[in-house]
Design a protein around this ligand. Structure first.
Ligand code: MN
Ligand code: MN
Length: 270
């Protein structure tokens, strides 16, 4: 299989927009280490060879408010040359500048957000660009035609109100447990906050919220997504909170499966 269809990997070491704990800026390098570990190989489950994944390294960030412009410009550069970014966070605030760069090229974009939290505060602790607000900023600017959230289990009344205002479709964990699944169409952008997964499987996050998705459920969701997948990110890995690199391994596995899905243009892999 040709590596030309694979996305490009981009590290986004920014955790200055985290409301509770820092540490996610260490995520990209630790996920790369897990990906390179001889404990596994570089094939996805559908036998896509991820060894051809071009790694563009980490963006030169200063972990401050100026990072958003750097992230946006970096993604814009890659989109302009037809590349599709698979970005490694970093906290979830990075998704907003990424979508600012992608949206002009993909005006009908559907955003699929796997997360324990809605991230729909208007502002949080005085920070409008907090990782708890990125989706509000995204929706205010009309950067996605449709937003579907999966894994939600930490709602608040303010965020419920904003979800209603913007028409966000939420498949919370109660609905998921009852069998509801997202029905989405491409073009699609996938943002994967690792705290959407149950902390029993992925403890290395800043906001552990019990009662989440299994790793297998997330992999199945990725493998059955319709195409095209025009970009993706995996965010909120916090190595300081991890145990025995368990969550780094989960993130590396998801890099392989997301990259593999992105390499398959149209129909689901299974
Ligand atoms: Mn999030
Ligand atoms: Mn979250």
């Amino acid at each position: 299989m040709s590596s030309a269809r694979l996305p490009v990997l981009l590290g986004v070491p920014h955790d200055a927009s985290s409301s509770f704990l820092r540490g996610a800026a260490l995520g990209p390098s630790r996920i790369r280490e897990a990906l390179a570990s001889p404990s596994s190989n570089l094939y996805s489950e559908s036998l896509e060879d991820i060894a051809g994944l071009q790694d563009h390294g980490d963006l030169p960030l200063r972990n401050g408010a100026g990072d958003r412009a750097v992230i946006e410009a970096a993604i814009r550069d890659r989109v302009a040359t037809g590349q599709r970014p698979l970005s490694l966070g970093g906290d979830h605030s990075i998704t907003y500048p990424i979508l600012r760069a992608l949206a002009p090229t993909h005006p009908g974009l559907t955003l699929l957000d796997i997360d324990a939290h809605p991230d729909l505060y208007t502002d949080f602790q005085g920070d409008r660009y907090s990782h708890a607000c990125w989706l509000t900023r995204t929706l205010e600017e009309g950067l996605a035609r449709r937003v579907v959230q999966v894994g939600i289990r930490g709602p608040t009344p303010e965020q419920e109100e904003n979800a209603g205002h913007f028409g966000v479709e939420i498949i919370d964990m109660r609905a998921w447990a009852a069998g509801k699944r997202p029905a989405v169409e491409g073009p699609l952008y996938l943002t994967l906050d690792l705290d959407g997964i149950d902390p029993g499987f992925a403890p290395g996050v800043s906001h552990r919220e019990p009662g989440g998705l299994t790793v297998r459920e997330v992999i199945t969701l990725i493998q059955t997504l319709p195409g095209p997948l025009v970009g993706a990110d995996i965010v909120e890995y916090n190595p300081d909170q991890d145990w025995q690199d368990l969550t780094a391994r989960v993130a590396a596995k998801l890099v392989k499966e997301v990259a593999s899905r992105m390499a398959t243009p149209d129909s689901p892999a299974c």
